[in-house]
Design a protein around this ligand. Structure first.
Ligand code: ZN
Length: 342
């Protein structure tokens, strides 16, 4: 069976005998390349070279495209942001409902980032056809919060909920269109991060009120395109992992939870990815600590299949080579120990 099929089977919670090791390497790989972040940001060929070379050098699995934030860039570009400056990124430009009429109409042609991401996905598929391409996208709620500014989004949760709903609806369709094009370009797994709209930032009640409905709708759309979907519950989501599961993704990339409990409670509904602590273990730990933590997670998470070993968030560029090797070694040893069981 091809490697890519095996990894997709793991995401579908099938037993494959393997534990893929898939760190989020967007920043890490670029930091190990001869190129700067700016160079990779503006030149898909350089970015692809960085991603592919790093994967080959260390031997982990999977390829990544950096977060798609093109809707914010087009719809807020040129507007005045919260600092009183003309915005290039579009972030923090829709501060009040009165700003809504100023929002720029979305156009595919004007979205340079979309075309760069499409080129990146195609080049990754060409370079390594048997590796799954994970495509990171800010979903509609994240885009709304980005345009409004995170703190301002929280403020309006309490003072003007209708503004948030209106904003989220405005970005929904353009984002669907872009997502469809990224999938058509060859994205294998859509990976949705929630750094600012999850358990560490807003209450369960607010999450249900402002996110769950849109997340379900957006996830349904992604799944209707036949692609695989993983939601990254960035931070502590222990009071709402059930909600995240109900939103329909194939898998959750978890953090800050008790893996044994998560496996028991939700492992029958979603595959799990994670959750080696990025900073205390992967970045600051020694290889022995990394190995022990990773082995333990694999032996807990991979029983019955459906587990991908990964740090609990993006891999820090300061992670040592030895620690990455220890992570991969632990997964290989766990595969042997779990023979026939994972
Ligand atoms: Zn995260």
């Amino acid at each position: 069976m091809s490697k890519i099929r095996t990894i997709l089977d793991v995401i579908e919670r099938k037993k494959t005998g393997t534990i893929p090791v898939i760190p989020v390497t967007t920043k890490f790989a670029v930091s190990r390349s001869p190129y700067s972040f700016d160079e990779c940001d503006s030149d898909p060929q350089k970015y692809v070279e960085a991603i592919v070379e790093s994967r080959r050098r260390f031997g982990y699995d999977g390829l990544w495209t950096d977060t798609f934030q093109g809707i914010t860039a087009v719809m807020g570009k040129g507007l005045i942001d919260k600092h009183g400056r003309e915005s290039v990124t579009g972030q923090s430009t829709i501060q009040e409902p009165e700003d809504l009429p100023n929002i720029k109409p979305f156009s595919i042609d004007a979205c340079a980032q979309l075309h760069m991401r499409i080129e990146t996905i195609r080049a990754l598929k060409k370079a390594e056809p048997d590796e799954p391409v994970f495509t990171i996208i800010d979903n509609p709620c994240m885009v709304a919060a980005d345009l409004m500014d995170g703190a301002n989004y929280y403020y309006h949760m309490l003072t003007n909920p209708g503004f948030i709903h209106e904003m989220t609806e405005i970005v929904f369709e353009p984002l669907q269109k872009c997502t469809e094009m990224l999938i058509e370009a060859g994205a294998d797994v859509i990976w949705l991060p929630f750094p600012t709209l999850g358990g560490t930032c807003i209450s369960r009640k607010h999450y249900e009120e402002f996110c769950t409905g849109y997340n379900k709708r957006f996830n349904d759309f992604v799944l209707s395109k036949g692609v695989h979907l993983i939601v990254h519950t960035c931070g502590n989501w222990n009071d709402r992992l059930d909600l995240a599961v109900s939103e329909g993704a194939h898998g959750l990339h978890i953090a800050e939870t008790i893996l044994k409990d998560a496996k028991k409670d939700i492992g029958g509904s979603v595959s799990l990815m994670g959750q080696v602590p990025c900073v205390p273990v992967m970045m600051n730990g020694d290889p022995e600590m990394v190995y022990n933590e990773c082995l333990d997670e694999c032996l807990t998470g991979a029983v019955g299949g459906g587990f991908i070993l990964s740090p609990d968030c993006g891999l820090s560029p300061k992670t040592s080579d030895e620690n990455i090797k220890a992570m991969i070694e632990a997964a290989k040893d766990a595969e042997k120990q779990l023979a026939g069981k994972c």
